[in-house]
Design a protein around this ligand. Structure first.
Ligand SMILES: Nc1ncnc2c1ncn2[C@@H]1O[C@H](COP(=O)(O)OP(=O)(O)OP(=O)(O)O)[C@@H](O)[C@H]1O
Ligand SMILES: [Mg+2]
Length: 260
């Protein structure tokens, strides 16, 4: 990363109150273009709330979020998707009865709009567009190692494969910013290691990653920078090495037995 800051995402004063509970409190952070930025913290720290605010699933109580220099406050989530922000969910959201390829093609919806226009110009254009989307979807399936299973029904995949499928679907949106909430939960060690290898290849493809993750090994092996949340607040930020040796982090998080 160069010394000059070139953030793709800037968050200032972000706050979310549920009833009387302050889930995210006056949070400032920014994510640089083409980095993997990690977010860790104990259960209930506010990680998913922060994530859902950035993904526009929740409206903030206060604060500002800017993507590519533009405020996204008040944007519906589909507008974020069109602008280039893709997300996965902490629990899987797949179309279980559809095949693997179709699940990924749903992700390329953003580019299907061009298909609508070419559709007006003629059926041949629409077909060509469908063909391109299919090819792109297959490339992402190859990227995550599921190309051989393209025709299988999604619910017949193993849990680990379904996680990879969800990743492929988010990637098919060709996002510039990918938001991942606990993408490795439920994966075994080997699957997690393969997942980490995949994540490390994303910045080279022009994809910035905001990664919420409990698995410290995964986080330490992929994140360039990370922040630690506790009770809705940022208590530390730095490189994985900085974080590992920060006494406050060790006390609230690493010492809690959460970080195996
Ligand atoms: N929709 C909601 N309504 C009310 N309270 C909520 C809601 N979502 C989260 N909270 C509360 O906000 C706090 C932060 O929760 P959040 O899910 O953001 O934490 P987290 O860091 O993602 O935790 P985990 O590691 O368990 O996923 C918790 O006290 C939680 O109970
Ligand atoms: Mg969470």
């Amino acid at each position: 990363m160069s010394a000059a800051s070139n953030p793709i995402l800037e968050v200032k004063g972000l706050t979310k109150v549920f009833g009387g509970l302050v889930a995210v409190s006056d949070l400032d952070f920014s994510v640089e273009r083409n980095e993997i930025f990690g977010v860790i913290g104990p259960n209930g720290a506010g990680k998913s709330t922060m994530f859902n605010l950035v993904a526009a699933a929740y409206a903030p109580t206060a604060g500002e979020i800017a993507f590519d220099g533009r405020s996204t406050t008040g944007w519906p989530s589909h507008r974020l998707a069109q602008a280039g922000i893709a997300r996965t969910f902490q629990t899987l959201h797949l179309f279980g009865d559809q095949n693997v390829l179709d699940n990924v093609m749903v992700g390329s919806y953003r580019h299907a709009r061009a298909g609508l226009l070419s559709g007006l110009a003629g059926l041949r254009g629409a077909r060509a567009n469908e063909h391109r989307r299919r090819e792109k979807a297959m490339q992402w399936l190859e990227f995550v190692g599921l190309a051989d299973l393209a025709d299988q029904t999604a619910e017949d995949l193993s849990f680990g494969q379904q996680r990879l499928l969800e990743l492929a679907r988010a990637l098919a949106l060709e996002p510039s910013l990918l938001l991942l909430d606990e993408p490795a939960s439920g994966l075994n060690d080997r699957e997690t290691e393969r997942f980490a290898e995949m994540l490390r290849r994303l910045p080279d493809q022009g994809i910035t990653v905001l990664l919420v993750e409990h698995n410290m090994h995964l986080m330490m092996s992929v994140a360039e920078r990370m922040m630690v949340l506790d009770c809705g607040r940022k208590i530390a930020q730095g490189t994985p090495r900085d974080i590992q040796s920060d006494p406050m982090v060790v006390e609230v998080y690493l010492g809690s037995g959460d970080a195996e």
